[in-house]
Design a protein around this ligand. Sequence first.
Ligand SMILES: N[C@@H](CCC(=O)N[C@@H](CS)C(=O)NCC(=O)O)C(=O)O
Length: 196
Amino acid sequence: MLKLSKIPFKEVLVEINNQDNRAELLLLSPSILVPCLEHAGCKVWDTLAIGEYLNEVAPEIKLLPSDTKKRAHCRSICGEMHSGFSALRASLPMNLKTQFTSFKVWSKAQLDIDRILVIWRECLTAYKGPYLFGKTPTLADAMFAPVVTRFLTYNVPLDAQSQKYCALIMAMPEMKEWVMGALQEPDDIEELDVEY
Ligand SMILES: N[C@@H](CCC(=O)N[C@@H](CS)C(=O)NCC(=O)O)C(=O)O
């Protein structure tokens, strides 16, 4: 989201799996969770709040669509992503360092996948792509970008339209930077490499 907003930023890496670092994280983030943004004397935590804040401070970027109905649609699917898809999150964790070829998708996770594909199909058909809300990326594309990586990591079967959308997202320079950054991180999270 920040990269889309074009606001320059510096990332602070905190090792979240290490309990000793919780005090350090608390100083940075009131929720003791990431992400948390500090900008112009303002601290904003929680992904959706950060997205709304960025849309206010960089309105020219149009991180949310200008049209009210479209904006409501965009907020609705961002909300769905933010608060839902727990089976997908639990069983297909984001892992940019591994690629599974025959991963068994649990039925509840498949329901989440099916719903996400419907969300994408409706957006791409209604607004004619290539991004979910038309010609430029919005908060929704940023919110669903980790799902794109999960679909590719776990080799989730996709229809042609979704495959094209995933390829577009992965080709974005912001995504390439993210993937490169992850590959350079020295730590692996062992639980993520297990095929359940
Ligand atoms: N609703 C929050 C969720 C924040 C959250 O769960 N962050 C995770 C990483 S995605 C975290 O900080 N985990 C560290 C921990 O649980 O100690 C948001 O999207 O900002």
